[in-house]
Design a protein around this ligand. Structure first.
Ligand SMILES: C[S@@+](CC[C@H](N)C(=O)[O-])C[C@H]1O[C@@H](n2cnc3c(N)ncnc32)[C@H](O)[C@@H]1O
Length: 291
């Protein structure tokens, strides 16, 4: 039980997850009506990329570091902008992104992205069970009447806080995958949550490391008969390596109608930038269609 997201903050998998998160929040923000975000496994909120953990792995250099040094078409840049604006905002002002890449110090986690992309009328719940990580989260969220940082177990939060009274919003489920059975727990958690709240948007992040576990997870989701479920698979490279995360994915329930086209463009461009050996691949497919 020693998962520390600080080792991985800003890596390719965070980039993929946070681009998807930001696109969903941008969509929710189009309507005036308030929305709710429930982040079941929130993490520390802000990560020091020059700190010991991040420096030890250097993972962020092949993630956010590479993104800041790449150039994108205006269309892709516009799609990445809400997320990158949050990255820029937590770092000291730099003349441009290349300069920022050289001095990048901090990387915002999902709670800070949700906080930055929500409005005064929106509400945010962040669950984090590890005391020290939660203390850091409280500090990075700061004084914000819209946000609650709770010690609640993320799986229990799916029962306790759904459906939200706003009746629209996003549930992000991003567990550490450090325990056996986490895939099954996530599929089960989704099915329970969906019974309580079938109109919410759900985003479930998963690592691609153990391909059989991933296949079993997808089958379990398919058999849950939840309509409108999208699968995003982002492979950094085609060749699998034992015990190495070679890709990641997200299952999205009730995706905004804009999401598929947006992600084909944005994640497609990111696959070219982040997959340095040229074998990276993005696959977006429906696990279950609309009813
Ligand atoms: C992958 S990290 C979260 C990263 C974050 N969502 C982001 O994108 O910035 C998973 C976090 O879940 C926390 N955690 C582990 N078990 C939990 C549980 N049962 N309920 C809530 N949080 C938990 C871990 O301490 C860790 O900080």
């Amino acid at each position: 039980m020693n998962y520390r997201h600080a080792f991985h903050a800003g890596n390719f998998a965070d980039v993929v997850k946070h681009v998807v998160l930001a696109r969903i929040l941008a969509y929710l923000g189009r309507k005036e009506a308030p929305f709710r975000v429930l982040d079941t496994h929130a993490g520390a909120g802000l990560y020091d990329l020059q700190g010991e953990e991040a420096q030890r792995t250097g993972e962020w250099e092949g993630g956010i570091g590479s993104v800041l040094q790449a150039s994108f078409t205006p269309e892709v840049a516009a799609l990445l902008q809400p997320w990158l604006d949050v990255v820029r905002a937590v770092n000291v002002a730099a003349a441009d992104d290349a300069a920022l890449a050289g001095t990048l110090r901090r990387y915002p986690g999902s709670p800070l992205i949700a906080q930055a992309l929500s409005r005064p009328q929106d509400r945010l719940i962040f669950c984090e069970t590890v005391d020290g990580v939660r203390d850091a989260l409280v500090e990075s969220v700061g004084r914000d009447a819209r946000a609650k940082v709770l010690p609640t177990d993320g799986w229990q939060a799916l029962n306790a806080y759904l459906p939200p009274k706003e009746r629209r919003g996003l549930v992000l489920i991003d567990p550490p995958f450090e325990q056996p059975g986490e895939f099954h727990r996530m599929a089960e958690g989704l099915a329970d949550a969906y019974r309580r709240w079938s109109t919410g948007i759900y985003a479930l992040w998963y690592p691609i490391k153990d391909v059989r576990a991933v296949d079993a997870f997808r089958r379990e989701i398919e058999h849950a008969h939840i309509p409108k479920t999208l699968n995003i698979q982002f492979d950094l490279r085609a060749v699998r390596q034992m015990d190495t995360m070679t890709g990641c994915g997200l299952v999205i329930v009730n995706p905004p109608f804009t999401l598929v086209d947006e992600l084909r463009l944005a994640l497609g461009a990111l696959a070219r930038v982040l997959a340095t050996d040229g074998t990276g691949r993005l696959r977006i497919s429906w696990l279950t269609p609309e009813r």
